[in-house]
Design a protein around this ligand. Sequence first.
Ligand code: CDP
Ligand code: CDP
Length: 213
Amino acid sequence: NRFDIVIAVDGPAASGKGTIARALAAHFGLPHMDTGSLYRAVGLAVLRAGGDPADAPLAAGCARALDLSLLDDPALRESATARAASVVSAHPDVRAALLDRQRAFARQPGGAVLDGRDIGTVIAPDADIKIFVTANLDVRARRRQAETPERDLALVRANLAERDARDSGRDAAPLRQAEDAILLDTSEMDRETAIARAFALAEARLAENPALR
Ligand code: CDP
Ligand code: CDP
């Protein structure tokens, strides 16, 4: 790229934001960061320490001394870890401890794609392209169930709903669509259609911005 391009992809659990962010990164030749995995690593560290994710000082300590090997741990994708991530991520000191790492990634020469909950609102408010990915709860529950060993669809659905409510309702960097973000509702789209739509939205946004052409 001749210019830095920063792309922010946010949305609720299992909306498909990671899939879209990875596809955009490959399309534009940009590095990608899944910021949810950082919060999952903190949640997993707290659980492994035998602690309670609601314990703010403990969670902040785990965030400051982030154990990067946890990013490759198979337990990172478990629903217990997702729940712990959602609890620890509401502590302002945990978010503060992870801020510089995410900002530095977003500001690297050439640009970057990041996905999470607060990329367009807090981490990279000046991002060139912001996409807010959603899908209705039933669709998201079925998608998440298809990629996990969990067989109880109602339980998967309840876990996602609980996490969304906590992520949207917290005071510190809540999940919300940035004013200048483009909404992409993938409820009725398969993976390929959603990715094609994201490419079209991103290309249109770039074409509007003469500095990036
Ligand atoms: O993949 P999924 O949407 O299920 O979750 P994730 O993106 O891995 O994020 C796990 C949890 O981390 C979320 O439920 C949020 O509570 C938290 N998170 C956050 O607070 N801010 C971010 N930028 C990313 C994730
Ligand atoms: O990152 P996030 O938790 O928002 O979702 P993901 O991991 O990208 O996607 C969750 C699952 O839904 C994956 O197995 C995707 O292949 C699938 N999926 C999708 O991402 N988009 C669709 N339009 C349909 C399915």
